[in-house]
Design a binder for this molecule. Sequence first.
Ligand code: TRP
Length: 340
Amino acid sequence: MSKRTVLTGITTTGSPHLGNYVGAIKPCIQASHQSDVQSCYFLADYHALIKCREPEVVQQSTLEIAATWLALGLDTDKALFYRQSDIPEISELTWLLTCVTAKGLMNRAHAYKATVQDNITAGEDPDFATTMGLFSYPILMAADILMFNANSVPVGRDQIQHIEMARDIAQRFNHHFGQHFVLPEAVVDDNVAVLPGRDGRKMSKSYNNTIPLWLPEKKLRKFIMKIVTNSLEPGEPKQTEDSALFAIYSAFADASQREDMKQSFASGIGWGDVKQQCFELINDELAAARSSYEELLAEPARIEARLLEGAQRAREITLPFMQQLRSAVGIRNLAECGIN
Ligand code: TRP
């Protein structure tokens, strides 16, 4: 029996923050140790080009994100870990899929529609600053997923539509050219916390409320001290609901630590003490990995080598599959004319 394939991509823009860690990186790394699934995790650097035209940022971010996953103990013997641009079959498949994708389907993509709407609101041409990269983004993402015949794709809610589009595109291709693709499903884990940021809204680069993952210890403490609380004094009972600090603490705590903290809130622990405990908890979890991260960053050639190894293993899957797909659409060896 073949294993289920779980696949997800990480766009290489920006530096990882605690929200990425809790919401995506940590659960994926835990899953990478299971042997009943084939996990595929990749650095989506082609996707990065859609929103970023600064080569140094793309490169640096690829480096930092790769180092992050490796430092946190991703099991690269079990999981496939590669960089999208190292797999030329992905761009080749993107074209085959582009040729069966209805333009109308792409017109309905939320990200594209939002850009058009913003342009109209601003009194601009609807297509202002819209590239074909942005417009076709869901096709590239479909190629990422279908190339490995992924069954499940763990993503945030904002990405569900893209997985549905990948299914649509796969069905179209299968309909025309025979059963080649598995239909993927989005997996949105409601148990995985959406981490609030320092201001209580979802932790996100766009809200400028993140806590970077690899801050040195002192800075990490400073950032945690800046998490917004209310003005209740020590001794006054506090609510855990609506407390960003409690939510952040909880994301790192085990069940009994969480319960103890609830009790402390009820009996009036001071905000400063909660912050100190929160800092210690997070720092304990990250300290060892932080040293590995720093060592890895100092030797980027090692990271490059690990990625190339991953790509080589991934291409054992993608090369023969692409051959099959080329043949399916009629890109074939002419010497075999009349045989197929
Ligand atoms: N678009 C995804 C994001 O911004 C990243 C991504 C690219 C991805 N390709 C993928 C996620 C394939 C899942 C599967 O979060």
